[in-house]
Design a protein around this ligand. Structure first.
Ligand SMILES: Nc1ncnc2c1ncn2[C@@H]1O[C@H](COP(=O)(O)OP(=O)(O)OP(=O)(O)O)[C@@H](O)[C@H]1O
Ligand SMILES: [Mg+2]
Length: 463
């Protein structure tokens, strides 16, 4: 039942309102002063407060300011005499919902209160939905008990209530975006936008107009005004993913926003104040990029006020069983399955694997296994094919530099290494690379590498 509090220093007025509204089916409480009213508001969390404007002691206007921030603010209806409508308007500017003029009329009281109650139920539904959404990003939703993850969470908890710039570093799939969202949705900025942009994915010529917006006529094709991301994210958080790929000119522009806290649209004359928290992420070693001269040193120092280094999954294998449990529950829910757990040989395989794609890869392995499994336990067969390059077979961690690699060169190197290890016996080298003798032989010829067999066979040829 909606709860209403009526505040007026005239008891006749209070009684009339109480009777009318109780007849409408509301729960009505009354208070003879704003001071008493505040006490009731704090304890009853009412939907609507109807208050007189002028009372002995605190006024209705002061009451609006005095309602504490930690409760859902009730809809406030101000009662005022004809002569003082201007102060009722002022009260509405302060956030009052509506006003009633004295002498009060039953019909308008009932209608105004009904509207106020409707508005409050919408507001409360909104808050409930937002809480459900934010719950998804609760820091508690990040799984990990390892030393590495505990260290990450310590930093995250410290920076969350602030607006400090954060740089998140970690390999692909380690949870950089998850952490960025957790920071935003647990911070005081949570009701304002979280915008994520991938600096590597947007073409260089579009980044500036996306971030800063433009005025009509700024360039050919700019027919209307466009508001940039910095402006639309005002009071929120901007997640700059893969910041290491930001082109030099944009590095300079972003540094300026960090320093001046204002932006200018392309072709615009005025600067616009923006209050945007920056969280940047990279899977590159930014310090190296600075040394190489491809990332501005001053921007690097601005960004790394606080750095969060998320360790790769292979360095925190003790988190694997927890994550597996977490993802089984998640996908049981999603697919309506009832997988109980994983077999001991599977968990061993999962723990032995080196997870080059980190948690994202683990998640997709479990997702697939939950979907495909015919029993209530995930067996080795359900996951085996997903764990490519199992460690037992000898795994080489080849990282691809930014310039890319020459595949033929790499192939030649591997063949030469295998030959050296096999004392130039091609049959043995082929086995080391898991190739058929024929396939291997073809490659030896292609790269013009000689083998012991080669010498024997060419001797034979001559015969
Ligand atoms: N600690 C964790 N607990 C639970 N889920 C996690 C955790 N870390 C990552 N994930 C999940 O793994 C997936 C990949 O995470 P995310 O997208 O945040 O990684 P990323 O570091 O941004 O990767 P990339 O560098 O490839 O963009 C997401 O589905 C995320 O929810
Ligand atoms: Mg990411």
């Amino acid at each position: 039942m909606p709860v209403i509090i009526v505040i007026d220093d005239e008891h006749r007025q209070r009684d009339i309102l109480q009777t009318i509204l109780q007849d409408e089916g509301y729960e009505v409480h009354t208070a003879p002063s704003a001071e008493e009213g505040i006490k009731l508001i704090k304890t009853l969390n009412p939907d609507v407060v109807i208050t007189d404007l002028k009372m002995g002691g605190m006024s209705g206007m002061q009451l609006i300011d005095a309602i504490p921030d930690n409760i859902v603010k009730p809809a406030i209806i101000i009662m005022t005499a004809y002569g003082t409508i201007s102060s009722a308007v002022e009260a509405m500017k302060k956030g009052a919902f509506d006003y009633l003029t004295k002498p009060l009329e039953k019909d308008s009281i009932v209608l105004t209160v009904k509207n106020a109650i409707e508005r409050m139920s919408l507001l409360k539904e909104n808050i409930r939905l937002q809480d459900a959404l934010f719950g998804k990003f609760k820091i508690e939703g990040i799984v990990g008990e390892s030393k590495g993850m505990k260290a990450v969470m310590e930093v995250v908890k410290k920076v969350t209530p602030t607006s400090v710039t954060v740089l998140i570093q970690g390999e692909s799939g380690t949870g950089k975006e998850l952490i960025a969202r957790a920071i935003h949705y647990n911070s005081p900025r949570r009701t304002c936008p979280f915008t994520a942009i991938n600096c590597a994915a947007i073409p260089e010529n579009l980044i500036e107009s996306e971030l800063f917006g433009y005025e009509p006529g700024a360039f050919t094709g700019a027919t209307h005004r466009k508001i940039g991301i910095f402006e639309s994210t005002d009071r929120g958080t901007l997640f700059l993913d893969e910041i290491g790929d930001l082109p030099p000119l944009m590095q300079t522009k972003i540094l300026r926003v960090l320093q001046d806290k204002e932006v200018r649209r392309i072709g615009g004359k005025e600067s616009i104040k923006v209050d945007v928290r920056i969280i940047a992420a990279t899977n590159k070693d930014l310090e190296k990029e600075v040394l190489k001269g491809s990332f501005r040193e001053d921007l690097y120092y601005r960004l790394k006020v606080v750095t969060v280094n998320i360790p790769p999954l292979r360095d925190r294998k003790e988190d694997i069983p927890l994550l597996v449990r977490f993802f089984i529950d998640k996908y049981n829910n999603e697919f309506g399955k009832r997988i109980k757990g994983v077999s001991s040989s599977s968990i061993k395989a999962l723990m032995d694997y080196h997870w080059p794609g980190n948690i994202r890869q683990l998640e997709s392995v479990i997702e697939r296994a939950v979907l495909m499994s015919d029993t209530d336990i995930i067996n080795l067969d359900d996951i085996k094919s997903e764990l490519r390059f199992p460690l037992e077979k000898g795994f080489i961690d080849i990282s691809i530099p930014d310039e890319g690699i020459n595949f033929e060169e790499l192939e030649r190197e591997l063949i030469k290494k295998a030959m050296a290890k096999a004392n130039n016996v091609a049959a043995k080298a082929a086995r080391l690379l898991g190739m058929s003798y024929k396939t291997f032989w073809y490659r030896l010829e292609k790269f013009n590498i000689s083998s012991k067999e080669d010498i024997i066979s060419s001797k034979k040829d001559k015969n």
